[in-house]
Design a protein. Structure first.
Length: 141
């Protein structure tokens, strides 16, 4: 759809990209999957108010594992799956609470990072069963 180059990837830059897309004829975005850049969801919704913004779960898991010791990474990653593979937002919230009960003391930064992004974490839970898993088969660099 385009190629944009900037010195940095701030929210102002992404708002200009979204406005450029709108000006070029994009009428709406159904769902946008984004990394954790602060202000990016607001930029999308400013130009496309009906768009659903979903945090990239791969980025969120990778971010979470940065707080985790090497010996626990596989287990923590598997426990995080219960959150993003939940069938609905209620089950996801319970899975997050269970995760926090299990790992919160050892890794106190992980669960709060998911809670801060929660409104952008749960849109996949509104998709039909298997929806989130079908969207996780990509590699983020």
């Amino acid at each position: 759809m385009g190629l944009w180059i900037a010195a940095n990837e701030g929210a102002k830059f992404w708002l200009s990209v979204m406005n450029n897309l709108r000006n070029r004829g994009v009428e709406d975005i159904l769902i946008a999957v984004v990394d954790g850049l602060k202000g990016f969801p607001d930029a999308i919704n400013a130009a496309f108010p009906e768009a659903t913004v979903q945090t990239c779960i791969v980025h969120l898991v990778r971010h979470s594992l940065n707080f985790c010791g090497w010996k626990d990474r596989k287990t923590v990653a598997n426990d995080l799956k219960r959150i993003y593979q939940a069938t609905d937002d209620v089950e996801a919230e319970k899975a997050l609470a269970d995760f926090e009960a299990e790992w919160g003391q050892k890794y106190p930064s992980i669960a709060p990072s998911w809670r801060r992004a929660w409104q952008e974490v749960i849109p996949f839970s509104r998709l039909p069963a298997g929806g989130a898993q079908n969207h996780l088969h990509h590699k983020c660099d």
